[in-house]
Design a protein around this ligand. Structure first.
Ligand code: HEC
Ligand code: HEC
Length: 532
């Protein structure tokens, strides 16, 4: 890319907030430079027929920085976001909009109500606000059952609705209502719910919809693992656990999950037929989503890089792959922390270009400074190495320090985000990294005080996490390790949407684990995470 094209990228990066229209991005990619902003990326994508977008891409962009979808997958379109664009590919070649995933059930909701392709198969506050404005708060996502802060909220006027759905509108949070398990090792002794609803019978947990893509790399279903079922007869077991913890396949989990979603979120009187469950899960499993272009680094498959969804789909996965404790379950290889290696080919691209060999009679030329695009690529490659190799001590993490036999707990990001080029965890092992600690509570979140029935010890938390499924004291605050692909498309982050920017997440970890990242390392690691 020449320097004027680079300038376009830089300018557009500053301008391109979430409201940039996909057409704007496409014309910038072709350096047309016009800026027809037309609402959120989501709206624009809905408003413009895919054919128009594709035609525009093909005919106006001779060397498009925004990758055209593979020729054999004509129905696949990239969606613009703050950093570039995200693309979903399907192993069937197209995204079947006739699948039951897109069918309205019960209260008018479909799976796509909360799992939108344009938003990394989750939902973003920007698009929710647009949907609210367009429908006066009547879009099916705005339903009292779990869209509102409380099922009893008043929704007679538009202002009441705006208040009632504030958690959804500001952070994209759905209210997961769960009872404290009857046989739990703890009791709920105090509820501080700003919305006056939560009780032992139904605790309100505000959580982000998890992406329904890249499910090939999943070992654990739902933030708290409550749709991951144990199965004593199964041979899918976490090694070294006493008693041995064995699980059903994620396929079984996902079939069950699809039905829970329809009777829960969609309030359908009847569950799905077995055939519908099968077809939804088959559909979900065909999808692979990743960032495909970056406004600063260009095409993420250029110059030997292996970003984007097509490369992602090629990565291997099985239960126990690259396990931190027991090593790889299949090959027996010890744990390898070089988990991410998509951008190794970009290492050093930001070094000054050595001068040409001297030409006789001319003065020797100075080294050329790297181009802006190569500077961006070099930063991403450094971020990848920080993710794999920057060591820190993991302390006070339930699920890690108390349960794993890992020497010294000297770790990196890859210790937990350990599935190659994905960042999920290959066995159902959940960790408490402190996200739901009382110290991080914001006034919009409920706070719960739990007391240990045996010891009398108490703990305050905004979300007991996996303890709500297992009833175990040691599981309080534990959540699953999410996949990190396509995260730019699905801000805000963590189960509670508490972090808006990827750099906020990086700074959270820097503080939590005293990593000691330099300002440049914060930038590099963030730039890397943005292009996943
Ligand atoms: C009202 C919004 C909403 C609707 C409708 C909805 N979901 Fe979800 N989905 C969520 C939320 C919120 C979570 C995370 C909940 C949690 O972890 O406690 C989730 C999680 C999931 C997950 C877990 C992914 C993972 O990585 O663990 C899958 C799979 C899923 N949903 C599929 C579906 C399917 C299939 C449908 C339609 C039958 C559906 N969802 C309908 C909000 C929704
Ligand atoms: C001890 C295990 C552990 C370590 C180490 C760890 N993570 Fe995580 N990561 C998690 C868990 C668990 C979550 C989900 C936390 C939650 O939402 O409560 C998470 C969530 C995330 C998310 C948010 C994803 C989303 O979908 O919202 C990002 C980004 C992330 N981690 C990046 C990193 C980076 C970068 C590092 C290294 C600096 C790192 N993680 C180190 C366990 C870990």
């Amino acid at each position: 890319m020449n320097s004027s094209a680079q300038l376009h990228w830089q300018l557009s990066k500053r301008r391109a907030q979430m409201s940039i229209a996909i057409l704007t991005l496409l014309s910038l990619a072709a350096c047309g430079g016009s800026s027809t902003t037309a609402g959120s990326a989501d709206n624009a994508a809905q408003a413009v027929p895919p054919d128009t977008i594709l035609t525009g891409l093909v005919t106006t962009a001779p060397a498009p920085a925004l990758a055209a979808p593979p020729a054999d997958q004509p129905s696949l379109i990239p969606f613009a976001n703050e950093e570039g664009a995200v693309l979903t590919v399907s192993s069937t070649g197209s995204i079947d909009k006739n699948n039951a995933f897109f069918k309205a059930f019960g209260n008018g909701r479909s799976c796509a109500t909360c799992h939108q392709e344009s938003q990394g198969w989750s939902i973003s506050p920007d698009s929710l606000q647009a949907r609210f404005a367009q429908t006066n708060g009547d879009d099916p996502v705005f339903r009292l059952v779990d869209g509102a802060n409380s099922p009893n909220a008043l929704v007679a006027t538009i202002d009441q609705k705006r208040l009632a759905y504030s958690m959804l509108l500001t952070k994209g949070l759905i209210r997961v209502g769960l009872p404290v398990p009857a046989d739990a090792e703890f009791t709920l002794i105090k509820v501080d719910d700003p919305y006056g609803y939560a009780s032992t019978k139904e605790v309100s947990l505000f959580r982000r919809p998890m992406p329904t893509t890249n499910l090939k790399f999943l070992s654990t279903v739902m933030w708290d693992g409550r749709e991951t079922f144990t199965d004593a007869r199964s041979n899918i077991c976490i090694r070294n656990t006493r008693p041995l913890q064995c699980f059903s396949s994620t396929d079984v989990d996902l079939l069950h999950q699809s039905n829970s979603a329809v009777t829960g979120h969609a309030q359908a009187a009847q569950g799905l037929t077995a055939a519908e469950q099968r077809s939804i899960v088959d559909f979900e499993k065909t999808l692979f989503t990743a960032q495909i272009t970056s406004l600063v680094a260009g095409n993420l498959t250029d110059a030997g890089a292996k970003g984007g969804p097509a490369e992602l789909a090629k990565n291997n996965f099985y239960f126990g792959i690259n396990d931190i404790e027991a090593g790889d379950y299949l090959t027996g290889a010890p744990f390898d922390r070089n988990v991410m290696n998509m951008f190794t080919a970009w290492r050093g691209l930001d070094r000054p270009v050595p001068p040409n060999p001297p030409v006789q009679g001319r003065p020797p030329q100075p080294p050329q400074p790297p181009t802006a695009i190569n500077l961006a690529r070099g930063s991403i490659a450094r971020g990848e190495q920080i993710f794999n190799n920057k060591p820190f001590n993991i302390t006070r993490v339930a699920g890690f320090n108390d349960e794993l036999r890992v020497p010294l707990q000297r770790a990196t990001c890859a210790s937990c985000h350990s599935v190659g080029n994905v960042g999920s965890h290959s066995v159902p092992r959940l960790f408490n990294t402190g996200v739901s600690d009382a110290s991080l509570r914001t006034p919009d979140m409920p706070l719960y005080t739990l007391r240990n029935k045996l010891t009398g010890e108490t703990v305050e938390t905004t979300d007991p996490g996996s303890a709500m499924a297992t009833g175990k004291w040691k599981d309080i605050g534990r959540f699953k390790v999410p996949s990190l692909r396509a995260i730019e498309a699905r801000s805000p982050y963590f189960h509670n949407g508490g972090m808006v920017e990827i750099s906020d997440v990086v700074r959270f970890y820097d503080k939590r684990f005293n990593i000691g990242l330099t300002p440049q390392e914060v930038i590099d690691l963030s730039e890397f995470l943005k292009v996943l």
